[in-house]
Write a protein of this length. Structure first.
Length: 601
C-alpha cells in the first residue's frame, strides 16, 4: 500500500458523522456533509445523518434521512448495544426498538451492523469521488469509531463486533467520545490560549442521547500533551430528552385521547418544529412565545390552540430545559469535585456535541461556575468535533508514518473507569476467607480459598497508552510427572496425542472499591454468567496443550497422597487501549490464547 486513509466514525444515538484524512502530506481532515437527503433538494448540507434504519421483510430498506415518518424503523439503536438492564427503561425509543427486534428476529448487533454497512457504503463512494474509484487498491484503510466514556466493556466489544460484521475492515479501533472531542478542540490553538501546564479542563460532550465527560490536565503545550485527571462519567440526558419533555407537555395540554388520534406524521412534524425552530435556538433573551404545528387537533382558545397551531410560552420551554440541564450540571459537578479534591486547578469547561451548541445550556453552566473562576466555552464545529477527533486520533496512533519518529500522542495517560481482574485461588485463611469458599487441593496438599479476585488494575488507577498488565498463574495436571518415566511418557504422548483443556475469565467491576470475591449464582447459559457482588464477566479465553507440551514445559512432583502432578506456568496479559482492551494467555514463549469469547445477549 502506498499510503493510508484514516476514517473517523461518530456513531451517535440520534445522529452519526464521518470524517477522513489521507495519512500523508497536509493530513487534511474532511467531514462528509452531503448525506443523502430527499427533502434537502439538490444541495444537501449536513455534518450528520440520522442514526435510523427501517426494514422490509426482514431486510434493510431505508436509512438516515430517507426513512419516512410512517416507516417502522429502529431509532436509538446505539443504546441497544448496552446491556438491557442499564438504560432500557430510560427511553421510549429504546423500548420500541427492542420490541421491533423481536418482530424481525434480529439481535441488536445485527441491526447496528446493517446501519453501519449503509454508512460505510456511502463513505466509500464519497472518498472515491476525491481519491478515485479504485482508491482501495492504493490505500490501506484504518477505522476509528467513537464510543461513550460511560460505555461498559461489553458494550464496547459489541460496537467492535457490529463494525466487523458491517464490513468495515480488520483495522478497527475505538476512542472515547470526549477524548476525540478534546483532540479536535485542542488542535485549534485559539482554544488553548488561556491554558498553561498544570491547568485542568473538563470536556463535556453533550449529544442527542448521551452526555459524556472527561477531565484533563495539561502536561506541556509544545508539543501538546495532556493526561486524564478524573474518572470519566456520563448518563442518558442528551438533547433528545428535551424532545420527550416537550411531547409530554403537549399530551398534558391536549389529553391522551387527542394525542392517540394524531397521525404519526403529524407527531413527527410537531417534534421537528420544536427541534429546529425552538430547541436549537432557545435562550432567555429570545422570544417570549413560540408556535408549534399540531395537525388534526381541535382549536381551544383556553390552551392557545388556533388553526392547528399551539402557542408555547418561553417559561414552559425553560422548565423543560431546566429538567435536562440540571442533570448535565450534576455530571459536570462530579468532574469538578474530582479535580478539585486532588488539589488541581480547573480552568475551563469545554462544551462539544450538538447539545453543547445550546445557548441555554452554556448560560446555565456559566451561571453555576463563573463565580469559581471556571470558564465555560463553546467550541467551534462542536457537532462534528467527535468524528474529526476520531480521525485525528487515528492519525496519531497509526503505524504508517513517513518520518523518522512516529506521531506525537496528545493523551499521555488515562484513568481506569473499571477494575479488571481474574478469579483465582489462594491459601485458605480462616480470619480472611469465607468458609463456603474453602476447598481441598490435592495437588498442593492444603485447603484453598476459591472464588477470590486478583485485580490487575483498579478503578481510578492511572495507566499509559497501550500499557500491558501481566499476572503469573499456575495450573496443575494430574497423571504424569515421575522423572524415571519421563522418556516413555513423551514417546507415548507423541504416539497417542491427548489434549489438556484450560480456560481463563477476565472480570470487571465498576465499584469504587472492587470486591475481593467473585461468585456467580450458578445460573450459567453458554458464556453468560450472572454475577453478584458487582463483578461481571467480560470475556473468556480457552486453549489446549497436548500431552507432549505438558511434559516438556512443566515440572513434576508427587503429592502427599502419592498422585503424580505437573505444574504448568502461564502468564495472563491484558493490554489497555483508549476504549478497548485485549486479553490473552502465554505459556513460555508461546501465545496460547488470544481469541476471546464474550457473553451473548
Amino acid at each position: 500500500m502506498s499510503s493510508e486513509i484514516v476514517i473517523g466514525i461518530d456513531f451517535g444515538t440520534t445522529y452519526s458523522g464521518v470524517s477522513w484524512a489521507v495519512n500523508g502530506g497536509t493530513k487534511l481532515v474532511r467531514v462528509i456533509t452531503n448525506w443523502p437527503n430527499p427533502s434537502a433538494g439538490r444541495n444537501p448540507n449536513s455534518e450528520k445523518v440520522p442514526s435510523i434504519i427501517a426494514y422490509d421483510n426482514g431486510r434493510p430498506s431505508k436509512w438516515g434521512y430517507d426513512v419516512g415518518d410512517t416507516d417502522q424503523s429502529f431509532r436509538w439503536i446505539k443504546i441497544l448495544l448496552e446491556p438491557e438492564s442499564e438504560y432500557s427503561g430510560k427511553s421510549e425509543q429504546v423500548k420500541k426498538s427492542n420490541e421491533l427486534l423481536e418482530q424481525i428476529n434480529k439481535q441488536a448487533v445485527d441491526v447496528v451492523a446493517d446501519y453501519l454497512a449503509k454508512v460505510w457504503e456511502y463513505t466509500m463512494k464519497e472518498i472515491g469521488r476525491k481519491q478515485g474509484d479504485n482508491f482501495r487498491d492504493s490505500y490501506k484503510l484504518k477505522v476509528v469509531m467513537s464510543v461513550p466514556a460511560m460505555w461498559t466493556p461489553v458494550a464496547k466489544e459489541r460496537t467492535l463486533q457490529a463494525a466487523r460484521q458491517a464490513g468495515l475492515g480488520t483495522d478497527i479501533n475505538l476512542v472515547t467520545e470526549p477524548e476525540a472531542a478534546a483532540l479536535a478542540t485542542l488542535k485549534d490553538k485559539e482554544e488553548m490560549q488561556e491554558l498553561q501546564p498544570g491547568d485542568c479542563f473538563v470536556v463535556c460532550d453533550a449529544g442527542g442521547g448521551t452526555v459524556d465527560l472527561i477531565s484533563y490536565e495539561v502536561q506541556s503545550l509544545q508539543p501538546l500533551v495532556i493526561k486524564e485527571c478524573a474518572v470519566g462519567t456520563g448518563d442518558l440526558c442528551g438533547s433528545a430528552y428535551l424532545d420527550m419533555g416537550f411531547q409530554k407537555w403537549i399530551i398534558t395540554q391536549i389529553g391522551e385521547s387527542q394525542w392517540k388520534s394524531m397521525k404519526m406524521k403529524a407527531k413527527r412534524k410537531m417534534v421537528n418544529d420544536f427541534e429546529l425552530s425552538i430547541k436549537r435556538r432557545f435562550e432567555l433573551s429570545g422570544p417570549s412565545e413560540h408556535s408549534v404545528e399540531l395537525r388534526g387537533i381541535e382549536d381551544d382558545p383556553n390552551l392557545n390552540i388556533r388553526d392547528e397551531m399551539i402557542i408555547v410560552k418561553s417559561t414552559v420551554i425553560q422548565t423543560i430545559f431546566d429538567h435536562v440541564c440540571s442533570q448535565v450540571d450534576r455530571l459536570v459537578r462530579q468532574q469538578v469535585r474530582q479535580v478539585t479534591e486532588k488539589g488541581k486547578k480547573l480552568k475551563a469547561i469545554l462544551l462539544v456535541g450538538g447539545f453543547g451548541e445550546s445557548g441555554y445550556l452554556h448560560d446555565r453552566l456559566n451561571d453555576s461556575y463563573s463565580h469559581e473562576s471556571i470558564s465555560v466555552l463553546q467550541v467551534s464545529g462542536a457537532w462534528s468535533a467527535i468524528c474529526r477527533g476520531a480521525t485525528m486520533w487515528g492519525l496519531e496512533h497509526s503505524n504508517h508514518f513517513t518520518g523518522v519518529q512516529p506521531p506525537q500522542k496528545t493523551v499521555a495517560a488515562r484513568i481506569a473507569r473499571y477494575s479488571y481482574g481474574i478469579p483465582c485461588r489462594t491459601s485458605f485463611q480462616t480470619s480472611v476467607h469465607k468458609l463456603e469458599d474453602r476447598i481441598w487441593s490435592d495437588a498442593h496438599g492444603e485447603f484453598k480459598a476459591d472464588n477470590q479476585m486478583m485485580w490487575l488494575i483498579r478503578r481510578g488507577d492511572e495507566f499509559e497508552d497501550d500499557q500491558v498488565l501481566t499476572y503469573d498463574l499456575q495450573r496443575s495436571v494430574e497423571g504424569h510427572g515421575l522423572m524415571r518415566s519421563f522418556i516413555s511418557d513423551v514417546v507415548n504422548a507423541m504416539m497417542d496425542t491427548k489434549y489438556h483443556n484450560f480456560d481463563q475469565r477476565l472480570l470487571y467491576s465498576s465499584e469504587k472499591i472492587p470486591p475481593t470475591r467473585s461468585v456467580d449464582d450458578g445460573l450459567t447459559t453458554g458464556m453468560k454468567l450472572t454475577a453478584v457482588l458487582g463483578v461481571k464477566t467480560l470475556c473468556t479465553v480457552a486453549w489446549s496443550l497436548d500431552e507432549t507440551d505438558v511434559l516438556l514445559s512443566s515440572r513434576s512432583y508427587k503429592s502427599k497422597t502419592g498422585k503424580k502432578y505437573r505444574n504448568i506456568d502461564f502468564k495472563v496479559t491484558v493490554r489497555l487501549g483508549n476504549a478497548d482492551i485485549s486479553f490473552g494467555v502465554e505459556c513460555g514463549d508461546l501465545k496460547v490464547a488470544c481469541e476471546a469469547q464474550y457473553p451473548k445477549d
